[in-house]
Design a binder for this molecule. Structure first.
Ligand SMILES: Nc1nc2c(ncn2[C@@H]2O[C@H](COP(=O)(O)OP(=O)(O)OP(=O)(O)O)[C@@H](O)[C@H]2O)c(=O)[nH]1
Ligand SMILES: [Mg+2]
Ligand SMILES: [Zn+2]
Ligand SMILES: [Zn+2]
Length: 410
């Protein structure tokens, strides 16, 4: 069982990168000028416009003709923010992906993308991680990194509120298992993250679009959803791989009994090595790598649920020290955490994972995090509430890799 989740980070870069765009819904990559427009249609006070009709491409994506009955799509210069419908003469601002015909958020079209795919086995903690990471970005991290986070479309606002924030933060309930794409359409959540940085020449804003997909563990195994998931992975500029330490057989002695009691049941199907093996195989063949060649995509491998580790491991562990909140990537801390996770994997006889990473990835970092900060009981968050711990580390490292965050050595 393999799960993927994808984050797209877009920056307002110049040059070649600006020439192409990746659709956050179907992951097709296209030149910007190939982006199409949808007629605004008729509305009181706006003139007649083209009548709605079934949009076959969108109907295929939505698996519904009702939701895909809309005014027509037409071709014009997609680098522009507006175009005139050749049939009715009305001006429209609605830009759509030429492949799946989903509307592209306006801010999304003005930036280029860096795609980060999140991958993990079933029950690895992906949905919880997304929920808490967004919450942290919006609240605590915003102030530290001088960033603001704005949802780009209404679906994003609704989904975050209904599927993530309300159950977890308001009702203190754990999130349900994510439904497979076979039974529910998975809308990505698209955010614009703007960072204000002081530079010698004054203040400079850098914007990134952050697109989060939350899909079910089994989706990569299903034939009908495989294509889309492979496209996510292949389009990725970086990967975050979540590993539940409770799924590593060697870690049992180092984890709390109460955490093991609520751990996943189908560990045979979701061994982390099996998941990363499958993902790597896909990437290697897409990149046509020969034996001995390594993937260039940066990979962050994060142990989730580290609150489930035995308290005795906390002593002097860099992993259990809070991240220094300096608004930069603390490289000294980064190396110490990497080494600590490495030592844990070795202690758990899971060094095979590291050997595998070493052979296949030119650049990888090891992380440890906890979204909840405590072991939940009977489907309810621990009484101390949600106390996230180092959830932002992989993202900060990736921002650093992308040149969007400074690294400082102490
Ligand atoms: N101790 C601890 N448990 C966690 C944490 N995050 C998630 N869990 C547990 O792991 C379970 C699965 O978390 P999810 O976020 O739903 O995992 P997922 O990877 O989205 O699972 P699927 O959607 O089924 O693939 C939760 O119900 C919790 O019991 C954490 O930070 N600490
Ligand atoms: Mg989930
Ligand atoms: Zn598309
Ligand atoms: Zn029209």
């Amino acid at each position: 069982m393999i799960w993927t989740c994808t984050i797209l980070l877009s920056t307002n870069c110049e040059g070649d990168e600006m020439a192409r765009i990746t659709c956050p819904y179907c992951f097709a990559s296209m030149p910007r000028r190939a982006v199409q427009f949808r007629c605004q249609g008729g509305a009181p006070g706006r003139g007649k416009g083209c009548p709605p009709r079934v949009d076959e491409a969108l109907a295929r994506y939505l698996d519904s003709t009702v939701a895909a009955t809309l005014p027509p799509v037409f071709t014009a210069d997609g680098r522009r923010q507006r175009a005139t419908c050749p049939s009715c003469g009305q001006e429209t601002f609605r830009r759509v992906c030429p492949e799946c015909h989903n509307q592209l958020p306006a801010q999304y079209c003005e930036t280029t993308s860096k795609i980060v795919a999140l991958v993990g086995a079933k029950n690895a903690g992906k949905s919880t991680y997304i929920a808490v990471l967004l919450h942290e970005l919006e609240h605590r991290l915003g102030a530290e990194l001088n960033t603001s986070l704005v949802a780009c479309d209404d679906r994003t606002i609704d989904r975050y509120h209904n599927d993530f924030a309300r159950p977890l933060f308001n009702e203190h309930r754990l999130l349900p298992t994510t439904q497979s794409a076979a039974t529910a359409i998975r809308w990505p959540m698209v955010y614009l993250l703007t960072r204000r940085r002081r530079r010698l020449m004054g203040v400079r804003d850098t914007s990134l679009t952050l697109v989060l997909f939350d899909t079910a563990g089994e989706d990569l195994d299903r034939r009908d959803s495989v294509d889309l998931h492979l496209r996510y992975l292949i389009a990725a500029d970086a990967i975050i791989f979540l590993v539940d330490p409770l799924e590593l057989p060697g870690a049992a002695a180092d984890t709390r009994a109460e955490a093991r009691a609520v751990a996943g049941v189908d560990s045979a199907l979701s061994s982390p090595l099996e998941v990363i093996g499958r993902v790597t195989e896909v990437l290697r063949s897409a990149n046509e790598l020969r034996s001995g060649q390594r993937l260039r995509v940066p990979l962050a491998v994060a142990l989730t649920k580290i609150d489930a580790l035995q308290p005795r491991l906390e002593r002097q562990s860099p992993l259990h020290r809070p991240r220094p909140r300096t608004g930069t990537l603390d490289l000294t801390d980064r190396e110490a955490v990497h080494e600590q996770v490495r030592a844990l994997l070795h202690g758990w006889n899971a060094e095979g994972l590291e050997t595998f990473l070493e052979h296949n990835y030119g650049q990888y970092g090891l992380f440890g995090l906890s979204a909840l900060g405590g072991v939940p009981r009977n489907g309810v968050i621990a009484s101390g509430g949600i106390r996230p711990y180092r959830v932002e580390d992989p993202l900060l490292w990736l921002l650093y890799q992308f040149g969007m965050l400074d690294g400082v050595r102490r």
